[in-house]
Design a protein around this ligand. Structure first.
Ligand SMILES: [Zn+2]
Length: 489
């Protein structure tokens, strides 16, 4: 699955949003003269004019920034089941109601996991000064079971990957703490393939603990999945498999992983680990669903969405307060310009994307009968950096049909249309049954330096770039809602 982008896409011209040559514009059919085989009109002149107005209004609006600022700063971290997540549901619903949307809360039962203490230190290692320890910075993985309250102490066995684990005899692992020291590929991320680098490494967070437990490990550590410096651990959900004991699981910072590996090369290394998370009973929460009703086909919906829940270490500004704010901005801009979409534009703030996807699973269950009326679905969940275009998960013809929209998007430096295999976790059930899916192509070179860490805070968002994302999303959503032709499935 390619989420990343070739470096060329992030050439300085593209990043600055300045014009680049037609040849580089990957949107066949974007030529000014009509093609010899007369194709039916997809977007009326009126719609195209409205798209340009929407784009200008979005670029000049600070609405999305004010919304993400409120979510991140006033409400704060929004882990599923938390008081802040509940407050965020209330807040977003009220804001969208205030814009005149038809708002409903779609109830979903979500996990309620609460982080506790997380303390670790090396208590034995080669060359140590007497009666000292080396502090290890880590965080529990979402869903982790606790250690005994007094902690556990065991030798740490650093390995790189699953093959290394396979090659170790059981007695080398049993009773030990396994450390998966799989490196997040920072160079790959720097070349614009942040998503791909993440995908390669995140499997250790998901499956590492159970794999280690199957060989008798009593706890599992992973090297943080991300590019962050400054000794910040990166949290995220782990997935215990049903056929392995649940063992405590944590992510150590890249720096601490390096430290452990270096010392373990010289001799045995023991760690004391204390993790006291709690898994409380599931709790009721909700997706916020807000409709800007269509005038001609109100039953047909174009979804514009981000997820409202976040991890608990930072304040969920880039993941995914930004996505929710940009989605809300679409409704705000349409109201501001008194536009009337032909189809319903449905803003959704999903609950529980991070650790269970209960919100999107509930939506899929409740609306499956209505999939034929789901005209298109969009999700924004890769931060807030400069967008260069639109990802499309649909028949290739859709890309051709959207060429006139790409020409408008190009005005803000986002004219690339790209066919991809996947556009977003919360809209996956729709993707699978053939609903055309979309997401902005965002510069993700820096996203994974902050993602899921304590540094996911508002200052990482450049207001102008967030506004550019709002422009791409509002333009695309309104274009889809007003397309004169159905999209092939
Ligand atoms: Zn996210």
């Amino acid at each position: 699955m390619k989420i990343g982008l070739p470096l060329a896409v992030f050439s300085s011209a593209a990043l600055l949003g300045t014009a680049w040559s037609r040849a580089e514009q990957a949107s066949p059919g974007a030529a000014d003269s009509p093609s010899p085989t007369a194709t039916p009109v997809v977007f009326s002149p009126q719609t195209l004019a409205d798209l340009r107005r929407l784009q200008q209004a979005a670029i000049n609006s600070d609405y999305a920034y004010r919304q993400v600022a409120h979510l991140a700063n006033n409400i704060g971290p929004r882990l599923s089941g938390s008081t802040q997540a509940a407050k965020a549901v209330e807040y977003v619903a009220a804001e969208l109601k205030g814009l005149g949307c038809e708002v409903q809360l779609e109830k979903a039962m979500v996990p309620h996991w609460v982080r506790g203490e997380e303390i670790a230190a090396l208590t034995q290692f080669p060359g140590m000064a007497e009666n000292t320890t080396q502090k290890i910075v880590l965080c529990a993985l979402g869903g982790s079971v606790p250690t005994p309250a007094v902690g556990l102490t065991a030798e740490v066995i650093p390995i790189e990957n699953f093959d290394d684990l396979k090659s170790l005899p059981r007695e080398k692992v049993a009773g030990k703490i396994v450390l998966f020291n799989y490196h997040f590929d920072k160079e790959m991320a720097a070349e614009g393939h942040g998503g791909e680098a993440y995908g390669e490494a995140v499997v250790y967070r998901g499956s590492g603990p159970s794999a280690a437990a199957k060989k008798g490990a009593i706890a599992c550590l992973i090297r943080s999945v991300g590019g962050s410096d400054y000794r910040l651990p990166h949290t995220g959900a782990t997935n215990y498999s049903g056929d392995a004991p649940k063992i405590p699981a944590a992510a150590v910072t890249a720096e601490d992983a390096n430290l452990i590996v270096d010392l373990a090369r010289q001799g045995p290394v023991k760690m004391k680990l204390v993790l006291t998370p709690q898994t409380l009973p599931e709790i009721e929460s909700a997706n916020v669903i807000a409709d800007v009703k269509g005038t001609e086909h109100p039953e047909q919906v174009v979804i514009v969405s981000g997820h409202l829940d976040s991890w608990d270490l930072g304040t969920g500004a880039i993941d995914d307060g930004a996505g929710v704010a940009v989605s809300m901005a679409t409704a705000s801009l349409i109201r501001q310009l008194h536009l009337k979409p032909k189809r319903t534009i449905r803003i959704i703030a999903w609950m529980n994307e991070e650790n269970g996807s209960a919100g999107s699973k509930t939506y899929a269950k409740e609306h499956a009968k209505d999939w034929p009326n789901h005209f298109a679905a969009m999700e924004i969940d890769l931060g807030a950096d400069h967008p260069v275009g639109l990802n499309i998960h649909a028949k290739p013809e859709v890309k051709t049909m959207l060429a006139p929209v790409a020409a408008v998007l190009q005005e803000s430096g986002a004219g690339i249309l790209r066919l991809v295999e996947h556009c977003g976790a919360d809209i996956e059930s729709m993707e699978k049954i053939g609903v055309p899916a979309f997401s902005p192509i965002q510069d993700n070179r820096f996203y994974f330096n902050y993602h899921h860490s304590a540094a996911d805070t508002l200052d990482k968002i450049v207001p102008k770039q967030l506004a550019e994302n709002a422009a791409v999303v509002a333009v695309s959503a309104y274009a889809l809602a007003n397309a004169e032709q159905p999209l092939p499935r």
